[in-house]
Design a binder for this molecule. Structure first.
Ligand code: MN
Length: 243
């Protein structure tokens, strides 16, 4: 029984090889999984489920084929696709999960999140997040015409790109105290998240007991999948064809 976790694919029309790798993944190893968890930033940008660009439809159909084959699909929003809503979820057969979700795997409770809320040193970003995650901002934005939302999305991406460039690596990584607090608050010893694009396995001692944080990788130079099966945990790269 294999459970798969991915995040930070940042799918966009300008990177068709990554979309192809993802579709291949959905038709291949994901078919044999017990469940697939997508922990945010599946898309580079999402301006509403009514967006009729080709990529969204292609991905929804591929996800739907997987869920129709009997593999449960779960999704937690990222900072890029937080406007993804129930319509896309229904079309793709994904179940939308709360931004912090505890699952149990092989008897162990595990906390899942995108990871951006752990970057508490980035106060500028946290202020921005609070603004755009407010239900009123969401409702107002989704009420705008699609063309206006496209402009807004590209402005937000440009602002984010410039802001991230000017920040030290420690600022845009998770804050260790925020990680400890999240584990304690949910009574777990294992956290899985993405967002930072710094894949790895971190182990430390929290309140006298071993704690673990697994960071998923992004899908830029290759794909990245965390798998859990009878042999334990493995963070694997999926090579791009001919790369
Ligand atoms: Mn992110």
């Amino acid at each position: 029984m294999t459970t798969l976790f991915i995040s930070d694919l940042h799918l966009e029309p300008t990177r068709p090889a990554i979309t192809a790798l993802f579709l291949d993944f959905l038709q291949g190893r994901a078919r044999r999984a017990e469940a697939l968890y997508i922990l945010g930033d599946l898309f580079e940008a999402w301006i509403g489920d009514d967006d009729d660009t080709e990529l969204g439809g292609v991905v929804a159909d591929a996800l739907r084929a997987l869920s129709d084959s009997g593999v449960p699909l779960f999704f937690i929003h990222g900072n890029r696709d937080f406007l993804l809503g129930p319509r896309f979820a229904a079309a793709s057969g994904m179940q939308l999960l709360p931004e912090t979700t505890v699952i149990e795997l092989a008897g162990e409770p595990i906390l899942l999140m995108h990871g951006d809320t752990l970057c508490t040193d980035d106060t500028e970003y946290q202020k921005f997040r609070a603004r755009v995650r407010a239900p009123a901002w969401r409702a107002q934005t989704l009420a705008l015409p699609l063309a206006q939302r496209r402009v807004l999305a590209s402005q937000l991406r440009e602002t984010s790109r410039q802001a991230t460039q000017g920040k030290a690596a420690e600022i845009t990584d998770v804050n260790p105290a925020a990680v400890d607090a999240a584990l304690r608050a949910h009574g777990v010893r294992h956290l899985i998240h993405g967002h930072t694009h710094r894949p790895g396995l971190h182990e430390w001692t929290l309140d006298g007991r071993p704690a673990r944080r697994t960071v998923l990788g992004d899908w830029f130079a290759q794909g990245s999948v965390l798998r859990h099966d009878a042999d334990g945990w493995r963070l694997e790269n999926l090579p791009l064809p001919d790369a």
